[in-house]
Ligand binder design. Structure first.
Ligand SMILES: *[C@@H]1O[C@H](CO)[C@@H](O)[C@H](O)[C@H]1NC(C)=O
Ligand SMILES: *[C@@H]1O[C@H](CO)[C@@H](O)[C@H](O)[C@H]1NC(C)=O
Ligand SMILES: *[C@@H]1O[C@H](CO)[C@@H](O)[C@H](O)[C@H]1NC(C)=O
Ligand SMILES: *[C@@H]1O[C@H](CO)[C@@H](O)[C@H](O)[C@H]1NC(C)=O
Ligand SMILES: *[C@@H]1O[C@H](CO)[C@@H](O)[C@H](O)[C@H]1NC(C)=O
Length: 459
C-alpha cells in the first residue's frame, strides 16, 4: 500500500469535512434554494421509518412514551413534503407520501384510525385533512379509484367536525368546536383556537376548491365565533383558548401556527370574494400581527410563549414555525398584496434558520433556536420541517396557486363523506400508553401555556 504524504491526507480530510459541512444556500438563487431544500428533506426523512419492516406506515416514531412524536406530526410532515414537492418539483417521495396518507385513512375514510382515537383532537385529525387538501390543491397523483380520494378525505373530516357531537350547544361558547373528540379525554371542555382555526381554514379552502358556498358560510361563522370570544384581539393577537362553561378566562399564550392558519384561511376568503374589504382588513391585520408577535427578534421566527428562557417548547411547539412560513407564502399566493410586506421577513427568517443547521453527524442538521445564530444541539423531525418550510416559502409565490375543481384539480370529492350519524365509534379499549399520552399532552400544553402566561403577566 502506498503511503500518502501527510499534507495530502490533511487536504483530503479538509475536503471531506467541507463536503459534509453546514447547509449552504444562496437565498437569491432558486437553484441553490432547491438544492439545499432537497438536503433538508432527505434529512427529515431519516426520522421516518414507516417504510421499513416492523414500523407503522404514515407515522413518525411514537406516540410518547414509545417515541417522540404524536400522530398528528405524521400528517404535518406529509403536508410539508407535499408543499415542497409542488414548489420545488421534486417528485422522488411520491410513493412514500401516497402510501403514508392512505395507510392512516381509517375504516370510515376520515383520517381517524382506531389506533389513535384515544388521544384524538380535532386539530390532530385536521392536520391529516390538511395533507389531503394539499394533495388536491397541488394536483398530487390521485389514488386508484377503489381507494379513498384526497378531497373526499378532507370533506369527511370537515363534515364530522361540523357535527354537534364535536361542538358546544348554547351559552357563550355556542358553536365552539371542542379540542378533543372524545368526552373521556382531558381537553373535551377546552374550546381552543387551534381546533376552530383548523376548521375555519379547511372550510375556506374547501369552498375555494369546490365552489360550494356552505363551506364559506361555516368558515365565516367560525371566524365570527373566534372573534366574538376574543381569541383574536382587536390588535390581532391570537390567544390559545378558554374552557367551558363560559370561554371567558382566556389563556393568552400565543403560538405561531394558530395565527398563521387564520391568516391563510382569511386569504382564501379574501381571494374567493374577489378582494372583499372586510376580509382584506382581516388578512392585513393578521399579517401585521404575525410580524409583530412572531418575528419581533430581528425578523427571525420565534415562539414568544415558550421560547424565552427559562421556557421550554415541547416537540409539538418546536415545529410550529415551519407551518407559519409555508402558510404565509401560500397567503401571498391568495392575497398578492401581501408580497412586499411579508417576503423580506420570510427571507430574513429563512437565512437565520439555515445558518444554524450545522449539527449532527453530517454537519447540517437543524436545531430550534434560530435567533441565536448557532446550532443548539437539539434535533428532530419538526426542526427539519421548519427549515424545509422556510425554504419552500421563498419559492412558493413563484409557482402556480392552489388548484380548484374548475382549474385543473382532479381529486374527486364526496360532499356526504363523514355525514353519517354513527361517526363516534364505541370507544376502543384505552391502553395505558394511549391514555398517558393524551393526558400528558394536555397537561403539557395547558400548564406550559398557563405558566408562560403567568410568567409574562407577572414580569
Ligand atoms: C395500528 O397498530 C397496530 C399495532 O401496532 C399496527 O400493526 C397497525 O399498522 C396500526 N394501524 C394504523 C392505521 O396505524
Ligand atoms: C366542483 O364541485 C362542486 C361541489 O361539489 C360541484 O357542484 C361541481 O360540479 C364541481 N365542478 C367540477 C368541474 O367538477
Ligand atoms: C355543499 O356542502 C354541504 C356541506 O357539507 C353539503 O351538504 C352539500 O351537499 C354540498 N353541496 C354540493 C352541491 O356539493
Ligand atoms: C387570487 O389568487 C390568484 C392566484 O394567485 C391571483 O392571481 C389573484 O390576484 C387573487 N385575487 C385577489 C383579489 O388578490
Ligand atoms: C364583505 O364580506 C363581509 C363579511 O362576509 C360582508 O359582511 C360584506 O357584506 C362583504 N362586502 C361586500 C361588498 O360584499
Amino acid at each position: 500500500m502506498v503511503r500518502l504524504p501527510n499534507t495530502l491526507l490533511a487536504a483530503c480530510g479538509l475536503l471531506a469535512r467541507r463536503a459534509l459541512g453546514a447547509l449552504e444556500v444562496n437565498l437569491d438563487d432558486q437553484a441553490s434554494i432547491k438544492a439545499a431544500a432537497a438536503l433538508v428533506a432527505e434529512d427529515l426523512l431519516t426520522f421516518y421509518h414507516g417504510d421499513e419492516p416492523g414500523w407503522v406506515p404514515g407515522i413518525l416514531p411514537g406516540p410518547p412514551p414509545d417515541g417522540d412524536y404524536y400522530w398528528w406530526q405524521g400528517g404535518a410532515m406529509w403536508g410539508a413534503l407535499l408543499d415542497y414537492r409542488h414548489t420545488m418539483g421534486d417528485k422522488q417521495f411520491d410513493d412514500i407520501i401516497s402510501t403514508a396518507l392512505l395507510f392512516q385513512v381509517g375504516p370510515n375514510n376520515d383520517f381517524m384510525p382506531p389506533n389513535w382515537t384515544a388521544s384524538m383532537g380535532n386539530d390532530d385529525q385536521a392536520f391529516w385533512a390538511y395533507a389531503g387538501l394539499l394533495a388536491a390543491e397541488t394536483g398530487f397523483t390521485d389514488p386508484p379509484a377503489d381507494q379513498p380520494q384526497w378531497l373526499a378525505l378532507a370533506q369527511a373530516v370537515f363534515n364530522e367536525q361540523t357535527h354537534i357531537d364535536r361542538r358546544v350547544e348554547g351559552g357563550n361558547c355556542d358553536w365552539g368546536l371542542r379540542w378533543q373528540v372524545y368526552r373521556t379525554n382531558n381537553g373535551f371542555d377546552y374550546i381552543n383556537t387551534v381546533a376552530n382555526a383548523c376548521y375555519f381554514n379547511m372550510g375556506a379552502r374547501l369552498h375555494r376548491y369546490t365552489g360550494n358556498q356552505t363551506y364559506a358560510d361555516l368558515a365565516e361563522k367560525t371566524w365570527d365565533l373566534i372573534e366574538r370570544l376574543g381569541y383574536v384581539s382587536d390588535k390581532f393577537d391570537v390567544y390559545d383558548g378558554a374552557h367551558l362553561p363560559d370561554c371567558t378566562e382566556i389563556n393568552r399564550a400565543q403560538f405561531s401556527y394558530n395565527a398563521a392558519m387564520l391568516l391563510q384561511g382569511a386569504s382564501f376568503m379574501f381571494n374567493t370574494t374577489n378582494g372583499n374589504s372586510t376580509w382584506k382588513a382581516r388578512v392585513q391585520g393578521m399579517a401585521d400581527g404575525i410580524k409583530r408577535v412572531f418575528f419581533a427578534q430581528n425578523g427571525i421566527a420565534y415562539e414568544p410563549s415558550c421560547e424565552p428562557p427559562p421556557g421550554k417548547c415541547n416537540s409539538d411547539m418546536q415545529s410550529y414555525r415551519g407551518f407559519m412560513h409555508r402558510w404565509m407564502a401560500n397567503s401571498i399566493q391568495m392575497a398578492p398584496f401581501l408580497y412586499d410586506e411579508l417576503m423580506p421577513t420570510l427571507k430574513t427568517s429563512a437565512a437565520a434558520g439555515v445558518k444554524q443547521c450545522t449539527g449532527g453527524a453530517n454537519g447540517r442538521m437543524c436545531g430550534f433556536h434560530w435567533t441565536s445564530g448557532v446550532y443548539d444541539g437539539l434535533t428532530g423531525a419538526g426542526l427539519q420541517m421548519n427549515v424545509l418550510g422556510a425554504l419552500t416559502a421563498l419559492v412558493m409565490p413563484t409557482v402556480s396557486a392552489p388548484l380548484t375543481n374548475t382549474t385543473g384539480g382532479t381529486s374527486k370529492g364526496n360532499p356526504d363523506a363523514g355525514q353519517d350519524k354513527t361517526q363516534l365509534p364505541t370507544f376502543a379499549p384505552i391502553t395505558t400508553g394511549d391514555k398517558a399520552g393524551a393526558s400528558i399532552l394536555t397537561i403539557l400544553i395547558i400548564t406550559g401555556a398557563l405558566s408562560a402566561f403567568a410568567w409574562m403577566s407577572l414580569d
